[in-house]
Design a protein around this ligand. Structure first.
Ligand code: IVH
Length: 667
């Protein structure tokens, strides 16, 4: 056996499997069989070190850790693309292209714009010779040793190409691999990376290629310059096809587009489907297809005139956190808020973001003056996901949560097991104002004209110091105020008058009792039928109401026990605010401690009405039949719940029997 020939055979075989596995994702052999081939090659090379060629598959990880990276001057400027976020600008680009081509329409190639780290690769006579980061476009770092470790980067091309070939590409890490890698880091007590791009950048900067080899890096190639190529026939689409043929992982999902509408459709298609891709993209690129046309159009100082990046709305931006302030909510909850250097995120300017509580601040170790990463996920609310610690000033200090309320200076308290600090002062101006705003809000008493600015003004003027005073406001007090005139004063009073007849559940919600949301308020209104009865309810009684646990029950009892709140209720009643339910009289105890399940179509009322009646009578409604079910109320065409009830021997009620029970004398 000629060792040279055998080494060549094994290398070629491994190279082919690398290509099948890493570029095409279509492996032909098992990992085990592959490892065996690799081992054979390693052994042969160890026995014949003089036969090891630099492009051998065993040489992806080789050499000693570096001291630092050599700076290289790129053979040509690596331009970046001009960004655009809207259709108008992309149409302008199209107009400029036509103008530049003296009226001729051009074909475009659209590609995904990968969110990774840009690199330039150099091949000589078909062999990978060096690679560098883009740097500032003129000079970058020589990261050849690190790039070699990326398995999808061909060390030798599949076709023998003479002369020099330069390839531009983006190193990325797939989302799943990134998450798994971050988990590993966290398990090892290391700080996770904020996003895949940071992870790639951090990996390529490592001085030890052995460590780089452990990072799951991938490559996509999107441009090439072949020095021997004749320009007339060259196109971007042809180049992408050539890159694939040569064994490069070429930019996937690219498309030729004959019109601007095609381009816009491509952009829309991927804007809505970006989450289906296994890697992060931040937009699409639009390039004039013919290289000759590209040359006619030329370049500006920084970007080509023949291409454009059409970005998606960003989901992450970086900005400075100037200071952390405290926000006091209507229940006294203190929320730390990050005040940011204004930054665009998904088309809106973000100035503030919640930091939730002290624990979250500690978890992120976020400090005043830090550069932070902001992210907007599926929801619209932006959140701070990480601190860019590399950019932190040496003088920065960990954030210390103030111990007193920044508004009324009362000492803050923190309940056992709670993450949130609270201001315990019921008369804290900030709390009171927020309570009034909440009481007047849409889902509560819906007082027209009582927005936050009006509340602020009335409070500062001393006309309003709790929700009980709202109904005392008089025309003579309001009209002379700044921002008010005859009409607006009358309108506000009209709004206040109208609020007096809102349903009981809205009033209960509007009181702003901790943990009592709209749903609980409805339940309480149904169950108690009046504010007086609710106010008299004991902790045990409240807890017996379905869906109300000890936490809510305690909070309700505490709220009504406060003399301040009792005086508010008195004022509301005196002012003529409705404190009884429309269905007053409906509430009772007929179904106390009974559990109902409803099935089939009811005739006399809707399912919701039936549920309300059951709750109003102290019963509860659950969705599945069990031994604990007291009755199953059965309408027309009942489902499997009926069968199950029969099987378990649960009493069945027809609609008529149910109505009869409702109207019967109290048990
Ligand atoms: S073309 C002159 N195509 O986006 C050609 N760039 O601002 C310039 N990028 O630095 C690049 N995917 O890092 C091109 N399909 C793609 C790309 C792409 C990502 C990056 C690249 C470049 C920046 C452009």
């Amino acid at each position: 056996m000629d060792p040279r020939k055998e080494i060549e055979r094994l290398s070629a075989e491994i190279r082919r499997h690398d290509y099948l596995y890493y570029v095409l994702a279509q492996p032909e052999i098992t990992d085990r069989a592959y490892d065996k081939l690799f081992q054979q090659l390693q052994e042969l090379e160890a026995a014949h070190p003089e036969l090891v060629s630099p492009d051998s598959p065993t040489q992806r990880v080789a050499g000693q850790p570096l001291e630092g990276f050599r700076t290289v001057i790129h053979p040509f400027p690596l331009l970046s693309l001009q960004n655009t976020y809207n259709e108008e600008e992309i149409r302008d680009f199209h107009r400029r292209v036509i103008e530049g081509l003296e009226g001729r329409e051009s074909q475009y190639v659209c590609e995904l714009k990968f969110d990774g780290v840009a690199v330039l690769l150099e091949y000589n006579d078909g062999l990978f010779v060096s690679g560098a980061t883009r740097g500032d476009g003129t000079r970058g770092d020589d990261i050849t040793a690190n790039l070699r470790t990326i398995p999808s980067l061909p060390l030798r091309l599949r076709e023998n190409i003479l002369g020099r070939l330069y390839v531009r590409g983006e190193v990325i890490i797939e989302k799943q691999a990134f998450a798994a890698y971050n988990e590993e880091r966290e398990a090892a007590g290391e700080k996770p990376f904020a996003n895949p791009r940071n992870c790639v950048a951090g990996s390529l900067k490592l001085l030890n290629p052995m460590l780089v080899a452990q990072r799951p890096l991938k490559l996509f190639c999107y441009a090439c310059v072949l020095t021997e190529q004749s320009i007339e026939e060259t196109t971007q689409s042809g180049n992408l096809e050539m890159l694939s043929q040569l064994g490069f992982p070429a930019s996937p999902h690219w498309k030729k587009c004959d019109s601007m509408d095609d381009v816009l459709n491509y952009w829309r298609h991927w804007e809505t489907r970006r989450d289906t891709l296994p890697f992060e993209v931040d937009g699409v690129t639009v390039k004039v297809n013919r290289v000759q046309d590209q040359q006619i159009l030329g370049v500006t100082a920084r970007a080509p005139r023949w291409a454009m990046a059409f970005k998606f709305s960003p989901r992450q931006s970086q900005t400075r956190l100037n200071w952390i302030s405290l926000q006091i909510g209507r229940t006294g909850a203190v929320t730390p808020v990050a005040n940011l250097e204004p930054v665009e995120l998904g088309g809106v300017t973000i100035r503030r973001a919640t930091l939730h509580n002290e624990e979250e601040i500690a978890r992120l170790d976020v400090r005043e003056g830090d550069m932070v990463l902001l992210e907007r996920g599926g929801d619209v609310i932006p959140k701070i996901v990480a601190v860019v610690t590399e950019l932190r000033s040496a003088k920065s200090q960990p954030f210390r949560m103030p111990t007193a309320c920044p508004v009324c200076n009362t000492r803050l308290i923190k309940d056992e097991g709670e993450a949130i600090s609270r201001c315990p002062n019921e008369d804290c101006p900030e709390q009171v104002k927020k309570q009034i705003e909440h009481f007047s809000g849409r889902s509560a008493m819906d007082i027209d004209g009582m927005g936050s600015e009006t509340v602020e003004l009335l409070y500062e003027e001393g006309l309003l110091n709790n929700i009980g005073n709202i109904f005392d406001l008089a025309y003579e007090q309001i009209e002379p105020l700044e921002r008010f005139a005859e009409k607006s004063a009358q309108n506000l009073l009209k709004g206040i008058e109208k609020a007096k007849s809102r349903p009981l559940e809205r009033l209960i919600f509007g009181l702003g009792i901790r943990f009592v949301g709209e749903g609980t308020a409805r339940l309480l209104a149904l169950r108690y039928g009046s504010l007086a009865d609710l106010s008299a309810a004991t902790f045990e009684e409240l807890q017996a109401v379905p869906e109300i646990g000890p936490r809510i029950a305690r909070s309700i009892v505490e709220w009504f026990a406060s003399p301040r709140n009792q005086s508010i209720i008195k004022k509301l009643r005196e002012a003529g605010v409705r404190t009884e339910s429309e269905h007053r009289g409906a509430a009772g105890e007929k179904f106390k401690e009974l559990t109902f399940v409803l099935t089939g179509a009811l005739q006399k009322f809707t399912r919701e009405q039936a549920e309300e009646m059951i709750i109003a009578q102290g019963g509860r409604v659950t969705s599945s039949v069990s031994k604990k079910t007291s009755y199953v109320l059965v309408g027309a065409n009942p489902g499997s719940k009926y069968e199950k009830a029969v099987k378990l021997g649960i009493p069945i009620l027809s609609e008529a029997e149910f109505i009869e029970q409702l109207h019967s004398e109290d048990r």
